[in-house]
Structures are given as structure tokens and as C-alpha cells.
Design a protein around this ligand. Structure first.
Ligand code: 3PG
Length: 391
């Protein structure tokens, strides 16, 4: 692909597609600005190169064709202004032309307010392409979406290039997945085998050890014939769990922490029981790794050379259920391996234990990260490759 860093951008109108789709709490505060901070170096580089910079992104999944205050990038513009130390104006209507006035940087409001964005409408993409001399795709987190602002615009812009963040993401993921230093250990947690089945299958063919946690692990435990009580698990996927286990060494929970509390009763100081798998009672739910399992996985991680992590191994949002996830996060941080982590919950866990500086690479992608791990082609990257061949 053509890289933004290699281009002369002096005096050029540059449209940068970022993924500034950040999470908010119910009071409207940004709860993690990781995606915004990750975009800043790209913006600064384009400005240093003398470009007139228009940045855009989606936020949430608003209904197309209507403005919706809740999905406006206004809070993102405010945060970006704070990070950059100068005012970044937000332009609400921009598809038919952008007047930047004396500004060198503006933010164009949510691309998903435009009708046709989701279905990659050609006419919309052409209008976006007309706004710029150079289109820069830097939204790794949205690279799995073939939409007007990620794919269509790259087809029609005079020049279509990869931004530094996108390039760094692809390089880090390729390092971990294409020719990994071994042993390679993957940790896949989260609630359901069904939503991560293709990821588990892909990793079972690549990694030396596959560590599963959370509800995913419970399905593996059920597959080995144990009673999982009230635990979140998927009996229909026991066959799949067995097939994955036949392909690689799988570590699932061996001793566990359980609770008898139901979901709405969970709290930071909830009582937990430490149990062997054959002691789990019908009214209990497996909620976290036990200390022996956590220590075993930590030891495996210590000797790993490549680590891929997606998904917590317990309900770490509640302190009482977070010991397994904390032990594993700390072991990844302490390991000499090339470690890469992705996904919203995983990043929240890394933040909670303040380990971000000690992970080799933290991806800004959720769905895109998983699709890359699955070996799928990311359409927004594929179009850059096509354009590079033709240019
Ligand atoms: C994400 O948060 O995974 C990306 O921003 C993509 O968002 P989407 O799933 O709404 O396309």
C-alpha cells in the first residue's frame, strides 16, 4: 500500500478516516480515550507535512440520514482539542463541500449521519473523494467494514494511502500471526464460544497453546463431562469444543472460583468459593479461574515468545471475580514475549490494572482485530492494496 508517511502533503487537502468510536458512560463522559490518543500522531504528522486536514469517523450506530445529538462527534472534538492544545472545529454538514476557513484541522461529524454510508453508496463515496487530494485510511478498528468512508472513498480519491496507525496495526498483527516466535500462546476469554468460534478455530491451527477463559472455558469444562451448575456455557457447542481440543493443546479452567449470587447481586466484595471442578454444585456459577489455574497459565505465559490476548477470563469488572484476569494480565505484562492485546473488555482490564505500557502492542480494533486473527481480508485494506497496484 501507499503510506501517508511517504507522501508530500504540503498544501494538500487530506481527508483522514479515523476510528474515534469511543465508549461513553451514561453521563456522556468518554470512558476510554485510547482510540483518540492513538489517532493523534497521524493528525500531527499530516499537519507537520503542511496539509489541510479533515478528520472524520463514525460514532455508534445512528439511523442514517438524520442528525442525532447523541451520536455527534462533538465530545470527541472537545477531547481532541484538549489533547492537541488548540481548537478543532466540528463541521456538521460537509458532504457537499468543506470550508476550512483559516483552520488547518477540522473534524467532520459522524460519517454515519450520511445516507448510503453503510451500504457503501457510490455517489456518496464520490462526493467524499471530491473533498480531498489525498484520502488516508487510518481507522484500523473499522477496516473490516466496506462502507462509503472506509472503502468507497478509497476507490475514488485521487490518492488513497494507509495512515501510520493502520500501518502499525497491520505490522504488529502480522508479526504476531504470520511468522510468530514460538511458543505462541493465545488467550481467548469472554462469554460465548459461538461469537468467537472462527477465532478459536483459526488460533487452534496456529498457536502452540490455546488458553480459554470465561463462559468459553465453561463450555470446554462441560465438554470434559463436568457439572458446570449455573455457569454460562453453550451445550450445543460441546462438539466444537472437542474438535478444537483435538487440534491443539487447550488449557481451560482446572480449579475455579464460584458464586451462588445471581447476576443482579454481583458486587465488588461478593463472597466467592474456591472449588475443584468436580465440586461445583448445581446452584453455583463458575465466575473466575481458581488460583492453581491462574498460576499455571502465568507460568505458560512466562515461557511464551508470542502472546495474543482477547477477552477476560472472569467477570473482572467486579473485584471479587477478577483475580484470574489480573494474574494473567500481569503475567503478560511481565513476559518477554511479543504480546498483542485487542478488544474493548481486554483493554478495560489492561487499564484497570494499569499495564498498558508493558504490553508490546495494544490494538484499537475490536471486530477488526478478531477478523484479522481469523485470517479474513479487511476490505478497507484490500482496496488500498488494489489502488496501490494501479497507481
Ligand atoms: C468497533 O467499535 O468495533 C468499530 O468502531 C466498528 O464499529 P461498528 O461495529 O459499529 O461498525
Amino acid at each position: 500500500v501507499i503510506k501517508m508517511s511517504d507522501l508530500d502533503l504540503a498544501g494538500k487537502r487530506v481527508l483522514i478516516r479515523q476510528d474515534l468510536n469511543v465508549p461513553f458512560d451514561d453521563k456522556g463522559n468518554i470512558t476510554s480515550d485510547q482510540r483518540i490518543t492513538a489517532s493523534v500522531p497521524t493528525i500531527k504528522l499530516a499537519l507537520e507535512k503542511g496539509a489541510k486536514v479533515m478528520v472524520t469517523s463514525h460514532l455508534g450506530r445512528p439511523e442514517e440520514g438524520v442528525f442525532d445529538e447523541k451520536s455527534s462527534l462533538a465530545p470527541v472534538a472537545a477531547h481532541l482539542s484538549k489533547l492537541l492544545g488548540f481548537d478543532v472545529p466540528l463541521i456538521r454538514d460537509w458532504v457537499d463541500g468543506v470550508d476550512m476557513g483559516s483552520h488547518n484541522l477540522v473534524l467532520l461529524d459522524n460519517v454515519r449521519f450520511n445516507k448510503g454510508e453503510g451500504k457503501n453508496d457510490d455517489a456518496l463515496a464520490q462526493k467524499m473523494a471530491k473533498l480531498c487530494d489525498v484520502f488516508v485510511m487510518d481507522a484500523f478498528g473499522t477496516a473490516h467494514r466496506a462502507q462509503a468512508s472506509t472503502h468507497g472513498v478509497a476507490k475514488y480519491a485521487p490518492i488513497a494511502a494507509a495512515g501510520p496507525l493502520l500501518a502499525a496495526e497491520l505490522e504488529a498483527l502480522a508479526k504476531a500471526l504470520k511468522e510468530p516466535a514460538r511458543p505462541m500462546v493465545a488467550i481467548v476469554g469472554g462469554s460465548k464460544v459461538s461469537t468467537k468460534l472462527t477465532v478459536l478455530e483459526a488460533l487452534s491451527e496456529k498457536c502452540d497453546i490455546l488458553v480459554v477463559g470465561g463462559g468459553i472455558s465453561n463450555t470446554f469444562v462441560a465438554a470434559s463431562g463436568h457439572n458446570v451448575g449455573q455457569s454460562l456455557h453453550e451445550p450445543d457447542l460441546i462438539g466444537e469444543a472437542n474438535r478444537i481440543r483435538a487440534k491443539t493443546e487447550v488449557i481451560s479452567v482446572e480449579d475455579c472460583r464460584t458464586t451462588t449470587l445471581r447476576f443482579n447481586e454481583w458486587r465488588h466484595d461478593a463472597p466467592v468459593l474456591e472449588k475443584e471442578l468436580d465440586q461445583v454444585a448445581d446452584n453455583e456459577e463458575i465466575i473466575d479461574y481458581g488460583p492453581r489455574t491462574a498460576a499455571k497459565v502465568a507460568e505458560i505465559l512466562k515461557n511464551a515468545k508470542t502472546i495474543i490476548w482477547n477477552g477476560p477470563v472472569g467477570v473482572f469488572e467486579f473485584d471479587a471475580f477478577g483475580k484470574g484476569t489480573e494474574t494473567i494480565a500481569r503475567a503478560i505484562a511481565a513476559s518477554d514475549a511479543f504480546s498483542i492485546a485487542g478488544g474493548g473488555d481486554t483493554l478495560a482490564a489492561i487499564d484497570k490494572y494499569d499495564l498498558a505500557d508493558q504490553i508490546s502492542y495494544i490494538s484499537t480494533g475490536g471486530g477488526a482485530f478478531l477478523e484479522f486473527v481469523e485470517g479474513k481480508t479487511l476490505p478497507a485494506v484490500a482496496i488500498l492494496e488494489e489502488r496501490a497496484k494501479a497507481q
